[in-house]
Design a protein around this ligand. Sequence first.
Ligand code: DQA
Length: 159
Amino acid sequence: MKIVVIQGPNLNMLGIREQHVYGPMKLEQIHAQMKEFADQSNLEIEFFQSNLEGEIVDKIQECYGDAHGIIINPAAYTHTSIAIRDAISAVGIPTIEVHISNIHRREDFRKENMIAAVCSSSVVGFGPFSYHLAMVGMTQIFQELAAAQDAQKKNQEQE
Ligand code: DQA
């Protein structure tokens, strides 16, 4: 099973940007931890970061037929991007939205969320640990999908 991790604008600046909000960890360190978890869980994982909305839309579209799960932190685009929302909806791949900070406790404009409604679930406000929780959540989604497929197969065999 393959997970694609998509990181939005300014997340390449983690470790430098607003450390009081996002902490000192760099994106590479977060990805190294996710890779370790993926290796232990026998999952394939790919990482992508872009500051450009269209590139993020392209990447989500590329996931169609290639990835089984998407973990995405759309960063500021969370609050504005109908294009990213539509792309997630179009590919129909289980998607978990991640935020390092608790967007519900911050400025009012961060309470606007274009993305959450088309995602399987969201992990918000655990710092970089949000990404680890999303990995655990995605393995759970994969297990549930496999169990549902097994049950469907058994039903068909009985018909
Ligand atoms: C963020 C929250 C967004 O509001 C912000 O624009 C980001 C990071 C987070 O991970 O907490 O860039 O997505």
